[in-house]
Ligand binder design. Structure first.
Ligand code: SF4
Length: 298
């Protein structure tokens, strides 16, 4: 190579070296933070770009747990709060919505829905062949699904059979007076039902097998409402609920228990219409019930 050309080439290489350019290309000056250690990695020929890119790719592919650990260490000092945040972030969004919505739905709808479902089942019931033929309709029950107190009567009469609601005739008006004027609560605050859900012909007493057949519907109703107190109205209700053969006269004035529910027994309002003198004893029974319920007795 002629001297002139060789000297020119040497000069060129010296200039390129001063400028920081080598025959391998310009030096690399990009930095990248390591996902694992948090240290700064400088890209060099010995530490090629592809390796760092792989690390960066791994950040998005790391399990959620690892990403959260990095965030907690880097961003805040309040570890307790971060653990909460971490836990929430680990639940997919749809799951959080389910957790929030499920109890609200079941709280607002379950008892009413379950009672309605049971009432539909009762409306189709044909277990008591005679009653199925003679009834106009079944009479399920009415009142507050969250009631603390459930009144249990004997069976629907002619008015109830016609209207499909328990205690709507003259006896029903007297029961309403006992609840509103005597106990000073609203009829809508309690739940009212009967041992039987079908009217026996000519208002005869329920037969033992009819009461047995219908008992499961009463038990299911009580399971849904979960009352703290039951007031049995009349001998048929008291004897069938408590499975006792005693007279109503001997059962009144006492506290019984049925499935951990406190039970008070008194005369049926229909009996009080025929025997007004018995209203005094019924008022005593209702006062006993009120004291048990923590209501003020005048
Ligand atoms: S009284 Fe009760 S068990 Fe008998 S047919 Fe009516 S709903 Fe069914």
């Amino acid at each position: 190579m002629p001297h002139r050309i060789r000297d020119g080439l040497i000069d060129y290489l010296e200039i390129m070296q001063i400028a920081g350019v080598s025959e391998l290309g310009p030096p690399v000056i990009r930095d990248c933070v390591s996902a694992e250690t948090g240290t700064v990695l400088t890209e060099t020929r010995e530490n090629p770009t592809t390796e760092i890119v792989e690390n960066q790719t791994e950040i998005s592919e790391l399990p959620d747990k690892n990403i959260e650990t990095i965030d907690i260490n880097k961003n805040t000092e309040n570890t307790e709060n971060n653990i909460n945040i971490k836990n929430i972030e680990q639940i997919p969004k749809t799951k959080i919505e389910e957790v929030i919505q499920e109890p609200l739905i079941s709280m607002s709808k379950s008892k009413t829905d379950r009672l309605q479902k049971l009432a539909q089942e009762v409306a189709q019931c044909t277990r008591c062949s005679e009653l199925t033929l003679t009834r106009t309709q079944t009479v399920f029950g009415t009142g507050n699904p969250d009631a603390k107190l459930v009144f249990v009567g004997e069976a629907p009469g002619a008015d109830e059979d016609k209207q499909g609601e328990p205690f709507v005739g003259r006896a029903g008006i007297l029961l309403t007076d006992i609840i509103t004027k005597g106990m000073k609560i609203q009829r809508e605050d309690v739940y009212i039902c009967n041992i039987l859900r079908c009217r026996p012909p000519n208002n005869r007493n329920p037969l033992p097998d009819e009461a047995d057949h219908c008992k499961q519907f009463l038990d299911q109703t009580l399971e849904i409402i979960e009352p703290k107190f039951i007031c049995c109205l009349g001998a048929v209700a008291a004897q069938n609920l408590l499975q006792m053969g005693n007279t109503i006269g001997s059962m009144r004035g006492k506290i019984f228990r049925y499935r951990n529910i406190k039970v008070v027994c008194t005369y049926h309002p229909a009996y009080l219409l025929r025997n007004p003198a018995a209203k005094k004893q019924t008022w005593e029974d209702i006062q006993l019930l009120m004291r048990e319920m923590g209501l003020t007795v005048d």
